[in-house]
Every structure is written in C-alpha cells, then in structure tokens.
Ligand binder design. Structure first.
Ligand code: UGA
Length: 436
C-alpha cells in the first residue's frame, strides 16, 4: 500500500511538492488556510507563474490522486505530513517569522495518527525542528518529526523537485529515515545522493547553501566594482576564474544582484539566529554580502544619472524586467522593481515591461507605468534599462529597437545582452563591471 501524504501550505513550495508527490504515485491532499488559493488549485490553476507546474497539477488532479482542502480533518489518516508554509522576514527585525510554521504544527499535532511522520520542508532558524518535535511529542507521543530541506529554484521548481541533486533528511530514528526512503524511493533508485543528518544539521544545510550562493553572487559583484574602478571587464574575469573547477562558472553573473523570497531573507535570518546563539562573529561576513548586494542597485541608478546629466526629472526610462529573475513572476524583493521604483521616485517617467510579472508588480508599485508591449515600452525612451534577463530580451533586434527610442542608450543590469550587437547597431551600451 502506497503511503498517503499531506502537504500543509500550498504556496510555491507546497503546490509544487504536492503535484510532484502525486506524480510519484502517492495519494496527496494539499491543505491551506487560504480558501481562495485552495479553490484555484483544486480547479487546476496555480496562482503564480512556474513553467510546467500547471500542466502537471491538472494531470495529477485528473488522475484522482491529488486533492486540495482547507479542512485538516481530511488529512488525519495521512502517513506523512509535509509542512511547506512560508517563513518570511519579520517586519522590524532580520529574523524569520515562525508564526505560520507553529500554527501548522499545532493544527496537525492533535489529529495525526499514531506512527505518522511530520516532515518540515520550510526554511527555518536552526533549533526550530527540535522545538517543534518536542511540541509534537507532547501532544502526540506516537508521532515523529523529521526535517527535509528543499532546494528548488523558482523557474525550475518541477524539475528540481522530481530530480533533486541531493536529498537531505534530518531524523532522530531509523524508522523516520525509512519512511522518507519509502517516499523518495524513485529518487533513490535514480541514485540521488542521500544525506542523513541530525535535526540541526539538516536545518543548517539549507541556510548554508543559500548563504554560499549569495556569497558567490556578491563576490562577483564586488569584483565588478573593482573592475569599474580599475578599468577591467567583470564578464571576462568571471569566465576566466570559472574555468577552475574549484570555483565553477555558475552564479558568477555580475549585475544588480540577488532578490526573491529566499536568498535575502535567509541570510538575514541566519545572522539573527547566529546572534541568538552567541556566534555573531562567524556570520559577520554575511552583513557585507547583503550590503554589496544592495549597493549593486544603487550603482545602476548612478549609471542612469551619469547618462542623463544627473537630473532624472521628466526623463523617460524604459525598464525591461520586473521579476526577481527570469521564468518567474515573483517580485518579492526584486532588484529590478526596486530600481524602477527608486528611479520613478527621483522624478523619471518609468515604464516597466515584463512577460509575466506585470500583475504582481502593479500590486506592489501601483504608481509605475506598466506596458504589455516591448515596442511601446521603448517608444520615445531617453534610456533603456535591462534588469531581468528574460530570453525574449536577449533576442531583441537592436537595430529595430533603436528606431523606437528617443536616445539609444541601454544599461544592461544583468550582463546578459550581446554588447557587440547593440554597439554595432549604434547604441551607447553600459553595464555593471565593464568599462570598455
Ligand atoms: C534560491 C536557491 O537557488 C535554491 O536552491 C533554494 O531552494 C531557494 O532559493 C529557496 O531557498 O527556496 P531562487 O530564489 O529561486 O532559489 O533563485 P536563484 O536562482 O538562486 O536566484 C536568486 C537571485 O540571484 C535572483 O535574483 C538572480 O537574478 C540572482 N543571481 C543569480 C545573480 O544575480 N547572479 C547569478 O549569477 C545568479
């Protein structure tokens, strides 16, 4: 008999996890307190953009294995409960807000059946899993709790969930590990590396991985600052150091830096937790990683000012990209949207284009102008800012684009456009970390 699985919290992580678990053959119920989200998902619609997920969701709902509910009683008989709720940054602190994860645990603890396993997937400050396990066992001594961090990237959520590059399980017993081995049997058969850890290590793996990625990005953005000061080219530098397999070429794309719902809040929550643990010094460098990252946004704004003789009042600026990265409509802490809003606040007339993120961007910054057509966005612009590296922007014809703007000046905030092609078409081309 296949295990019955529940997924508590059906946001980005949970909706993807529920659909993928169902495609692995499990009977899955997705649970959320948000009735609107649940009814959208139940009718096969995801309330955000993620390649391949909608198709998978619809297929799994039709198979009869995947259902959604707001009623916790519908999951009382499940064998495994995955907790996938959000842990956003608290408003007045660097720390993570754990109210949703505590609420999820408190809802499931009194009703889960003996022998069932609660599995945390959300990103949490180290120590949370042990605390939640204690709470669970106090209410329901015959259940257990494990931690199984998630490493999926937005834009590749389905692929990363179905074929992860490793599985990390924080457990306190062989029985818990065996249940998770049963859940991930397909991956184990495909030889996915399996790491068994204790609870605190499993929690730390996640924030350590995101901190490392953030550090790599800020490292190359620091090199971009040096290249600008010294007259070098950060894209050539990144290529050259990336050939060393100990360094590797991925996540060395210099530009306006990292955003989204994970890297920024995770490094901040990690610093806050280290401080509580009396180990602040160990993560002092993350403060610098954060400031290099935020500085990249200001450096682009300085480039804009330089090109428009400092005064932005009334200048028409076309912004290509609002999402925090391509193939996503997520605008949480999006560097692109932050820059667009700051430039508008300085008096410029900003028009933003994005293939998927206009609706969420509008919600966040209703005062900016948004446009569905690239041609109209660029029409009459004094300067073009390329801020999210969607494929359609890389495929633009610079010559055709030149005929639309008032002045052919483009700043590539992602170092992703073909500079030679834009220059050959007569554009003044600027980019972070490239002086020649
Ligand atoms: C990140 C991690 O990559 C995932 O492994 C992790 O599971 C996830 O957070 C999470 O904690 O849930 P994600 O936020 O989807 O995934 O996005 P990334 O692909 O990591 O990109 C983050 C930001 O860094 C984006 O704004 C991107 O534009 C920027 N970036 C990335 C750069 O500026 N340069 C690069 O070279 C790479």
């Amino acid at each position: 008999m296949k295990l019955k699985v529940s997924v508590i919290g059906t946001g980005y992580l949970g909706a993807t996890h529920a659909a993928c678990m169902s495609s692995m053959g499990f009977e899955v119920v997705g649970i959320d307190v948000d009735a609107l989200k649940i009814s959208a998902l139940a009718s096969g619609k995801i309330p955000f953009y993620e390649p391949d997920l909608q198709e998978l969701l619809q297929k799994e709902i039709s198979s009869g294995r995947l259902t959604f509910s707001t009623d916790f009683n519908s999951i009382a008989d499940a064998d495994v409960h995955f907790i996938c709720v959000g842990t956003p940054q608290l408003e007045n602190s660097l720390a993570a807000d754990l109210q949703y994860i505590d609420a999820a645990l408190e809802a499931i603890a009194p009703i889960c059946k003996p022998g069932s396993l609660v599995v945390g997937k959300s990103t949490v400050p180290v120590g949370t899993a042990a605390r939640l396990r204690e709470k669970l066992l106090r209410i329901n001594p015959e259940a257990d709790l494990a931690w199984n961090p998630e490493f999926l990237r937005e834009g590749f959520a389905v692929e990363d969930t179905l074929r992860p590059n490793r599985l990390v399980v924080g457990v306190t017993s062989d029985a818990a590990e065996n249940t998770l081995k049963e859940i991930y049997r397909t991956n184990l058969e495909a030889k996915t590396p399996w790491v068994r850890a204790d609870l605190p290590t499993a929690e730390l793996v996640k924030v350590a991985a995101n901190s490392f990625l953030a550090t790599k990005i800020s490292f190359i953005n620091a090199m971009a600052e040096i290249c600008e000061a010294a007259g070098g080219d950060v894209t050539v530098l990144a290529e050259a150091i990336g050939y060393d397999p100990r360094i590797g070429s991925r996540f060395l794309q210099a530009g306006i830096g990292f955003g989204g719902g994970c890297l920024p809040k995770d490094i901040r929550a990690f610093m806050a937790r280290a401080s509580e643990l009396g180990a602040d010094q160990a993560l002092e460098f993350l403060r610098e990683i954060d400031s290099i990252n935020l500085r990249a946004r200001q450096r682009v704004i300085e480039l804009v000012r330089k090109d428009l003789s400092q005064d932005l009042t009334g200048k028409s600026i076309a912004v290509l990209g609002a999402a925090f990265k391509p193939d996503s409509d997520d605008v949480r802490d999006s560097p692109a949207l932050d820059i667009a809003a700051q430039i508008a606040a300085a008096g410029a007339k900003v028009t933003v284009h994005d293939p998927k993120a206009i609706a969420p961007a509008k919600k966040r910054f209703p005062a900016l102008n948004y446009c569905e057509s690239i041609e109209e966005t660029l029409g009459g612009a004094d300067l073009v800012l390329h801020l999210t590296e969607w494929k359609i922007y890389r495929e633009l014809d610079p010559l055709k684009m030149k005929s639309l703007v008032a002045s052919p000046v483009i700043i590539d905030g992602r170092n992703a456009l073909d500079r030679d092609a834009w220059v050959a078409a007569g554009w003044k081309f600027r980019a972070l970390g490239r002086t020649n």
